[in-house]
Design a protein around this ligand. Structure first.
Ligand code: PMV
Length: 347
């Protein structure tokens, strides 16, 4: 079947890892398994227009960001198309226009690679499904996650499900290094409406790209122990998520965030990605938690911003605390209120 011209539009969310992916092998295979919460508000919206063409020798595309030409994305997208060409043989028969926007502010320090790759892949899968209408839903989502992984590892956790495991783990049936596995059905009620308030401490460009970051784990003195620890932490997190054990969840999530940064501080070259305000915020969260008993915790990405995680039933109190005590440590008092979402959406 051929499709001559048309368009699709998908949104795909960002995600925040609880057990972190840091270090990879060939072909975007993670050095250890990870698990994340899918976000709801921070997302990329991508419209893909396709037009069948006569000369089917290579993929061709135009790139727009918020409706304006954006050539700086080209090398990354080209590399992605090269990697996925063998799985999507129809690609070279089309000319594409890829028009993208994010719901979060420019250079907010929130990475758009996961949401961006996920949104693009969903559109490509829609085209594949148009060409092969018998495609089963399960195949559609699995392949989408598989392809998103080839664009940006963590993007495979932004396709489908509220809680997603990526990477083979002995105790999690069906887990794979090649795609994300939705883990939602087993998650306790308390975690189903978790909130993530993202405090924008430093909105600058990332000091360390994730490609460089993952590379730092090659020959890292603590690499093997770290990879083993991630397996242990995933076992514990999995149990905490199923049992509704918020205390254990907090311990592991905060330890994972600090371990990610510890890996960067102990690699060669070494980096400190936290800012003084990151540490101020962490200390204030700890003080608030010990004084009130309210189960609020933090996690970090490979940057200075802080994700504040808490159940919805304490949201009013936590937001009061954030507004009165933490916003002063953010650039221009900026923050984003997000929460657990469900994955990519066909618009
Ligand atoms: O998907 P990448 O290659 O951008 O790596 C993401 C790495 C972290 O965000 C730091 C951790 C994670 O598991 O998402």
């Amino acid at each position: 079947k051929t499709a001559h011209r048309g368009s699709f539009e998908w949104s795909a969310p960002s995600n925040i890892a609880l057990v972190k992916y840091w270090g990879k092998k060939e072909n975007q295979v993670p050095a250890n398994p990870s698990i994340s919460f899918t976000l709801n508000e921070c997302k990329t919206i991508t419209k893909l227009t396709y037009e069948h063409k006569e000369d089917a020798d290579r993929v061709s595309f135009d790139l727009l960001f918020e409706g304006q030409p954006k050539e700086s994305f080209r090398p990354k997208i080209e590399k992605f198309f090269d990697r996925v060409a063998q799985y999507l043989p129809f690609l070279k028969e089309y000319h594409f226009t890829i028009d993208t926007r994010n719901t979060f502010p420019h250079s907010s320090g929130i990475a758009s690679s996961a949401s961006g790759m996920a949104a693009l892949v969903m559109n490509l899968m829609s085209l594949e499904r148009l060409l092969s209408p018998d495609m089963a839903d399960d195949y559609f989502y699995k392949k989408a996650s598989f392809l998103a992984r080839l664009g940006s590892g963590s993007a495979c956790r932004s396709i489908n499900g509220s809680v997603v495991v990526w990477g083979e783990h002995a105790e999690i049936e069906g887990s794979s290094d090649l795609f994300g596995l939705p883990f939602t059905a087993e998650v306790h009620e308390i975690f189903r409406n978790y909130q993530d308030t993202i405090l924008l401490v430093d909105k600058g460009e990332k000091q360390v790209s994730s490609t460089v970051g993952h590379d730092l784990m090659h020959g890292h003195p603590f690499a093997e122990r770290r990879f083993a620890q991630a397996h242990e932490n995933l076992s514990t997190t999995r149990k905490a998520l199923t049992d509704g054990d918020v205390d254990t969840f907090i311990k592991i999530v905060e330890s994972e965030a600090l371990t990610l940064h510890a890996m960067m501080m102990t690699s060669l070259p070494y980096f400190i990605l936290m800012k003084p305000n990151t540490l101020e915020i962490i200390n204030r969260i700890w003080k608030f938690r010990s004084e009130t008993g309210i189960p609020v915790c933090f996690t970090l990405d490979a940057g200075a911003n802080v994700h504040v995680l808490y159940p919805e039933n304490v949201a009013v109190k936590v937001l009061d605390f954030i507004k009165s005590e933490l916003l002063g440590y953010c650039q221009n008092n900026q923050y984003i209120c997000d929460e657990i979402g469900t994955g990519a959406v066909n618009l």
